[in-house]
Ligand binder design. Structure first.
Ligand code: FES
Length: 369
């Protein structure tokens, strides 16, 4: 239900453009949005906005929001959309993995936000999101998507709110009439922490989909405890030969990656984690100067990510997820060497486009910000 987002028909699109042009002429010197949003924030033409139409807090540790967007969104199941919300007067942007509401022609999406005590945006949405609130939606991004053609057998493994891209993929497969065998192993603390229970039950009802629930702290699931090899041996003993898509907290995804590396099947594994990376600052890297060439600002290298250092210097580079998924923060590293804080990999090729939220300078660096 998510894979095929319709474009507006050509005649409607032309009529919309003519109307916007006419409004533009009438509202000069201001943008027509300045007047349109007085009538309805969703009428704006320069940005995509969405109104929250439902808030579901029935699962512990997460909130599921249903949104009605001002225009159809086009995304592939598993991709992310950036969403901006205003918290204490400051606009913050993060990325979330949406699924389309069936029959909404791309304008209805549902997304689940996990509660993180230190997460400004997730905490705000978890505690305060309400029906009628309007948020701004931005770019679609992410390469955590199914390949074409879709493999005959698939394994999904998710933890917590990592369930959301997997449910989107399952919906897309169902809409496309995929009949290959799918095993979906989902980890949640307890039965009460399982988000999107209705969507999960709908997936489990499909004849080709087997859903396995693992509870890390409570009983009642098919499996118990944190992810371990014995779990896959029990429910998917063929895992090493099967394209596997895993999404969840960083530590959870790391354990799955370690297993696939150990059994020589890392090429079968596609992963996405949704927590900002833990930046371990190597004292050996903390030297030199970071030059933000586009702004003419230079600072002593503190060892943090380039995004953190730019913000600490008073700059406001564009960004979304802050965890290397959405590519919104991509900038050109003009010179110097940087370390990917997720993998430890270093690179010094001049002119390379890097994601500044997951790269930290090693010595002198110049970046086009
Ligand atoms: S902010 Fe999303 S990749 Fe950097």
């Amino acid at each position: 239900m998510i894979a095929h987002m319709p474009h507006p028909t050509p005649s409607r699109s032309i009529a919309r453009k003519i109307l916007v042009k006419a409004l533009d002429l009438m509202s000069t010197p201001h943008h027509p949005d300045r007047y349109l949003e007085l009538a309805d924030p969703l009428l704006t033409t320069a940005t995509t906005r969405a109104r929250i139409t439902n808030v579901d807090r029935t699962s512990l540790g997460s909130v599921t929001l249903t949104l009605r967007a001002s225009r159809p969104l086009r995304f592939r199941p598993g991709q992310c959309v950036s969403m901006s919300v205003v918290v204490d007067g400051v606009r913050h942007t993060r990325t979330f993995s949406p699924a389309e509401v069936p029959g909404s022609r791309g304008r209805g999406v549902v997304l689940t936000v996990g509660f993180r005590p230190d997460g400004r945006v997730s905490r705000h949405l978890f505690e305060h999101a309400a029906v009628g609130d309007v948020v701004e939606l931005g770019g679609i991004s992410g390469d955590f998507v199914l390949p074409e053609p879709v493999p005959g057998r698939l394994l999904f493994v998710s933890g917590g709110t990592g369930i959301t891209p997997v449910l989107a993929m399952l919906s897309g497969l169902a809409a496309a009439g995929h009949t290959g065998a799918v095993t979906f192993v989902h980890y949640a603390r307890t039965a009460e922490h399982v988000a999107r229970r209705g969507d999960l039950d709908a997936a489990a009802a499909l004849p080709n989909v087997e859903v396995v629930l693992a509870h890390t702290r409570g009983g009642g699931g098919h499996l118990h405890g944190r992810f371990e090899r014995a779990h896959l041996d029990a429910v998917a003993p063929w895992f090493a030969d099967t394209p596997t898509f895993a999404c969840g907290p960083t530590g959870f995804v790391d354990r799955i990656r370690d297993l696939y590396e150990d059994v020589g099947a890392i090429d079968m594994l596609h992963t996405e984690s949704f927590e900002p990376p833990v930046v371990t600052i190597d004292p050996a890297d903390v030297s030199g100067t970071v030059h933000f060439a586009g702004s003419g600002v230079s600072v002593d290298n503190s060892g943090g990510t380039l995004l953190d250092q730019a913000e600490a210097a008073g700059l406001t580079p564009e960004h979304g997820c802050r965890m290397g998924i959405c590519h919104t923060c991509t900038a050109i590293r003009a010179s110097g060497c940087t370390r990917d804080v997720r993998t430890g990999e270093v690179d010094s090729e001049p002119g390379t486009r890097i994601r500044i939220c997951v790269n930290a300078p090693v010595g002198d660096v110049a970046v086009e910000i």
